[in-house]
Every structure is written in structure tokens, then in C-alpha cells.
Design a protein around this ligand. Structure first.
Ligand code: RTP
Ligand code: MG
Length: 148
């Protein structure tokens, strides 16, 4: 079953939105298979956002993501990578639709509440950066047969 890496960014943690965000993915029908509150090191931040190294906002992005605890998660389910991105909304909250996480809770692109892997390759890479194999739990839920 497909897995993705999602993370409540420091602004979402400070604003008390962990529960709200977990609730959205649980209610949708996805399954939480890993989660932890952690503070990201400079090195991990630079690896995680490596694709943006040459962008003008890179320094600001690394400073922000390391500025306080994040809630890192792995979620599992059918098509979870792209559907989670739809549920998050557009990167810039000025364009993210109401009903999406960024559309409902964020105002500026720099503080946009949540990160989500953008492809199967990113998901695999990011899960590996943030979680050890033994930190993920695979388990059956009886309710799954009513979803898939
Ligand atoms: P993320 O990686 O955080 O899930 O966001 P994303 O895929 O929707 O957007 P991406 O292009 O990967 O950008 C990563 C994060 O960089 C910040 N950003 N700031 N100041 C700016 O113009 C700017 N542009 C992007 C955002 O916080 C974005 O989530
Ligand atoms: Mg991205």
C-alpha cells in the first residue's frame, strides 16, 4: 500500500493544529503508520529541502523549519501521495482553496502549516530521512474493508 511523508511545520505545531491535521487524514480513511514530535537539525533541513538549495528563499526556509518542533508522520492508503497534496492545497495560501488545510489555516507561503511528499520518489526519500524502519507500524484495521 502507498505511503507518504507528511509534516506539521513549526507554525502548525505552535498554533495547536496537530490534532486538526491528524483528524483530517484519519477521517478521510488513511492510516497513520508513524509519527513523532521532533526538532529538525540544520543538516536534516538542508537534506530534506535539498531540491531548493539554489532558490532565494532557501536560507529562510531552513531557518523556519528548524525554528521549533515539527510533527513528522507517515500515512498509508490508496493514492495517499497525491490525495494528501490535494488535501493540503496549493503551496501559496493565496491560491489554496477553502476546504484544504492551507486554504483554511494559512495566509503566507513561508508559513504554510504542512509539508507533504510530492511524488513516490520523494515519499520514499523523505520517509527514509525521518524514520527508521522500526519506527513504522504496519497493522490491519477491520474498518479498511469499508473504505477500499
Ligand atoms: P512543501 O515541500 O513544504 O510540502 O511545499 P510544496 O511542495 O507545496 O512547495 P515547494 O515548492 O516544495 O516549496 C517548499 C516550501 O518553500 C516555501 N516557499 N517559500 N518565499 C517563497 O517564495 C517560497 N516559495 C516556497 C514554502 O513554505 C513551501 O512550502
Ligand atoms: Mg515540496
Amino acid at each position: 500500500m502507498e505511503k507518504t511523508f507528511l509534516m506539521v511545520k513549526p507554525d502548525g505545531v505552535q498554533r495547536g493544529l496537530i490534532g486538526e491535521i491528524v483528524n483530517r487524514f484519519e477521517s478521510k480513511g488513511y492510516q497513520l503508520v508513524g509519527g513523532k514530535l521532533m526538532t529538525i537539525s540544520q543538516e536534516l533541513a538542508e537534506q530534506h529541502y535539498g531540491e531548493h538549495k539554489e532558490r532565494p528563499f532557501f536560507g529562510e526556509l531552513v531557518d523556519f523549519i528548524t525554528s521549533g518542533p515539527v510533527f513528522a508522520m507517515v500515512w498509508e492508503g490508496e493514492n495517499v501521495i497525491s490525495t494528501a497534496r490535494l488535501m493540503m492545497g496549493a503551496t501559496n495560501p493565496k491560491e489554496s482553496a477553502p476546504g484544504t488545510i492551507r486554504g483554511d489555516f494559512a495566509v503566507t507561503v513561508a508559513k504554510n502549516i504542512i509539508h507533504g511528499s510530492d511524488s513516490p520518489e520523494s515519499a520514499e526519500r523523505e520517509i527514509g530521512l525521518f524514520f527508521k524502519e522500526e519506527e513504522l507500524s504496519s497493522y490491519e484495521k477491520a474498518v479498511n474493508s469499508w473504505i477500499n
